[in-house]
Ligand binder design. Structure first.
Ligand code: SF4
Length: 244
């Protein structure tokens, strides 16, 4: 569990500061492997594959999603291909993503609906996407943003945790975070923001044990000032006391 901040500001952050932080993080993440879903979106330019990869990535590490999507997409390109496969075959192809049995059923059901209701296309509105069983707001926004290039703020665990650590927001759940971030982040940066924060969260600002000593935005981070520095100071005091 991430450490809790006991003090937060209720003020929204300064726009300049937000843009500065975005700029620094976008540069910093160049050294890391891009999150799998955005990589697939860039390579395939296929909203159906973005949708499927996003569903497979839920509660699954990127490395595992990467292998599973490669295996699955070597066999399928569109919903018609997927529904021809037996559920057992799909399970085998996507194993070991989390909940692979349930996901095999879900992606097959969704593919059937796409064929029947949307002429084999992925719908491009949030309302229609949310009607698909198994698709939540995060997935829907990822499909809109990465699959269709529409401005959409997809909030996953990293996008919820990290702006709260910065002190930009003080929210209890991803829905509240989505609403706040849409106010704070310029619209033309919404998709990029998800992509960079996921990479940043996987590599630096991790859920447990954020690497604050390697972070380049410490001066903009409330967690750093209120939690990390306090811990360091407490450790120093402990060391000094132990010496005497
Ligand atoms: S200073 Fe620490 S908590 Fe703050 S953004 Fe960097 S890694 Fe995350």
């Amino acid at each position: 569990m991430p450490a809790k901040l006991d003090q937060k500001t209720n003020q929204r952050p300064d726009k300049k500061e937000v843009l500065t932080v975005i700029k620094i993080i976008s540069k910093e993440i160049n050294q890391f492997i891009e999150p799998v879903v955005s990589r697939i979106a860039k390579q395939k330019k296929n909203p159906y594959k973005v949708l499927i990869s996003c569903l497979l990535s839920l509660r699954t590490k990127d490395e595992v999603t990467d292998i599973a999507t490669k295996k699955l997409f070597s066999k399928i390109n569109q919903p018609e291909d997927l529904i021809k496969l037996s559920t057992k075959t799909i399970e085998k192809l996507i194993y070991p993503v989390g909940f692979y049995k349930r996901k095999a059923v879900t992606i097959k059901k969704i593919s059937k609906i796409l064929i029947k209701k949307y002429d084999s296309k992925v719908p491009n509105t949030i309302e229609q996407l949310l009607e698909l069983k198994g698709v939540g707001r995060k997935t829907a926004n990822i499909v809109l943003g990465f699959g269709f290039g529409k401005p959409a703020m997809a909030v996953d665990t990293h996008c919820h945790r990290i702006p709260n650590r910065f002190g930009w927001i003080n929210t209890k759940n991803p829905e509240e975070t989505e609403q706040e971030l849409m106010i704070i982040i310029p619209k033309n940066k919404w998709v990029e923001f998800n992509n960079m924060i996921v990479a940043f969260g996987q590599n630096i600002c991790r859920p447990v044990g954020p690497k604050c000593n390697q972070c380049s935005i410490t001066k903009y981070c409330l967690y750093y000032r209120k939690v990390y520095m306090n811990k360091l100071n407490a450790n120093d005091t402990l060391t000094i006391n132990n010496k005497h």
